[in-house]
Design a protein. Structure first.
Length: 142
């Protein structure tokens, strides 16, 4: 039970990081050393300045990080931790491995702007395979 609670806590922290990651990829892009909104410019009119500066991007990122998990829990209608406890040890471990590998890829490739290499591909495959096995176990109720 102690091992399962530890894995639940780790997985919950990864989910609390994973939800904002996805929203960052959707709404914010990194160009060089700056972050900007993906949909902030008007391409047909090059003389118009983007409507957001760095501080606006930082404030929106902070709001996404603070409020995305509570909104996700509200949409689900349950706490993430109670849903994770009901999964069982093997499913929970597969989800943790998948989220951990995805988070590592996000940190290395998106934030540090490293190019794809052998290690990134290996971690990507580990993430995808473990998530597919997790989904199959959920779907077939193993």
């Amino acid at each position: 039970m102690v091992i399962e609670n530890t894995i639940v806590n780790i997985t919950q922290q990864l989910i609390n990081f994973f939800i904002p990651e996805i929203l960052f990829w959707i709404f914010i892009e990194k160009t060089g050393n700056k972050f900007k909104f993906r949909f902030s410019g008007v391409e047909d009119y090059p003389y118009l300045r983007p409507f957001a500066n760095t501080w606006a991007v930082g404030i929106v990122s902070f709001i996404i990080y603070i409020f995305s998990t509570p909104i996700f829990e509200f949409i689900l209608g349950t706490k993430i931790s109670s849903s994770l406890i009901s999964l069982g040890l093997l499913k929970l471990l597969l989800l943790t491995i998948s989220l951990g590998a995805f988070t590592l890829i996000f940190l290395v490739n998106y934030l540090f702007e490293k190019k794809l290499d052998k290690n990134t591909v290996i971690f990507g495959l580990i993430s995808i395979v473990s998530f597919i096995i997790f989904l199959l176990m959920i779907y077939y109720d193993v």
